[in-house]
Design a protein around this ligand. Structure first.
Ligand code: F0G
Length: 347
């Protein structure tokens, strides 16, 4: 079952909305085995969004946005992307049999995300400039031509993405104390907060979480309070200098009593390795940013030991092998038999 079928009564869909799901959503909320223990946190969970059909949380919003675009008669879909949105849009467009055009910042997105968009049959434009200029160009074009804009400025995207908050409450039986996630274009933090508030209003939870957003230090416009002209970070998914849902993010932060803070690339890559090697969860660098921030908040004594904390792992580590390989020992090259192998392994 996809998110539309599962949460139909909370979504802007009706009998005329086509069903085009890839059985997205219903991702595991994995309890921590080792990191929580090391930090002294009793209730740490990872929402493993990398298990969505195209490997990121984007599928939740995309299925709703594409279904609504089809319902409205659109035949050409377009987005700007740091990679995951384009992969997701291309997949659902393929499923629906409509044209997909994706605009990515040239040379700035992870190779496997690019391969996804191409394999799903999208027309891919690698535009000179960064994500912010790509989005500006796409917004301009879609306002002039009969082409549907599929970025998260399309409200149907956020409607679908809010289902991740519903799932967390459905599993835990209530909202967590902290929800920690990466912030790039700021759609997801906006969507989660909407989801938690709606479920609370519907009597499905007794409380609301504090929303904690992580940005990368070289791409932290919300933390610094002004747009960043040339955002830089190893976490290419969140290499964004002027988030479209800026206000949504600051509202989520302020209304929930949360925070948005920046972590360094070094902290991000360390957290990524630690997550993989001590929990068996491989997430892309952007998804490790909230874990890096959690490490810092625990060090500073800002998280109570018995708090229920959910870290959202937004995308699969398989998305960006280049970033991951920079941070681990390369394989041992060997030409020999079992005896030499045993010697090398010091068995
Ligand atoms: N994590 C991953 C893996 C992402 O791909 C993104 C955004 C984010 C976090 C941040 O979410 O933008 O809602 O604040 N990726 C977009 C894209 C920009 O084009 O794929 P956000």
């Amino acid at each position: 079952m996809g998110v539309i079928a599962r949460y139909r009564e909370h979504l802007p869909v009706g009998p005329a909305t086509p069903e085009i799901d890839l059985q997205e959503g219903s991702t595991p909320l994995v309890p921590s085995r080792n990191i929580g223990k090391a930090l002294g946190l009793k209730n740490l969970y990872f929402k493993y969004e990398g298990l969505n059909p195209t490997g990121s949380f984007k599928d939740r919003g995309m299925v709703v946005a594409v279904a609504k675009a089809l319902e409205a008669g659109s035949r050409v879909l377009m987005c700007a992307s740091t990679g995951n949105t384009s992969a997701s849009m291309a997949a659902y467009a393929a499923r629906a049999g409509v044209r997909a055009i994706v605009v990515v910042p040239s040379g700035e997105i992870a190779m496997n995300k690019l391969s996804q968009a191409l394999m799903y049959g999208a027309k891919v434009i690698a535009l000179k400039g960064n994500f912010d200029t790509a989005l500006e160009t796409v917004r301009d074009l879609t306002s002039r031509y009969n082409v549907a804009l599929m970025n998260s400025v399309n409200p149907n995207r956020l409607e679908g993405q809010k289902t991740a908050a519903f799932e967390i409450v459905d599993v835990l039986g209530d909202a967590p104390d902290y929800l920690i996630l990466p912030v790039g274009n700021a759609g997801n933090i906006t969507a989660y907060w909407k989801g938690f508030r709606e479920y609370h209003a519907a009597g499905r939870s007794t409380r609301l979480p504090r929303m904690v957003g992580a940005q990368a230090e070289g791409a932290a416009p919300i933390v610094s309070g002004h747009p960043v002209a040339h955002p830089k970070t190893v976490a290419s998914a969140i290499r964004i200098g002027n988030p479209a849902s800026w206000e949504g993010a600051t509202s989520a932060r302020d209304e929930s009593g949360g925070m948005i803070a920046a972590v360094t690339d070094t902290e991000i890559l360390q957290a990524q390795v630690q997550l993989a090697s001590s929990e068996g969860l491989f997430a892309e660098p952007a998804s490790a940013a909230p874990l890096a921030l959690l490490f810092r908040l625990v060090r500073e004594g800002k998280i109570a030991k018995d708090a229920i904390t959910v870290v959202v792992l937004t995308g699969s580590g398989l998305k960006d092998p280049d970033a991951a390989l920079k941070n681990v020992e390369p394989p041992i090259e060997l030409d020999g038999d079992a005896r030499t192998l045993a010697k090398v392994l010091k068995l």
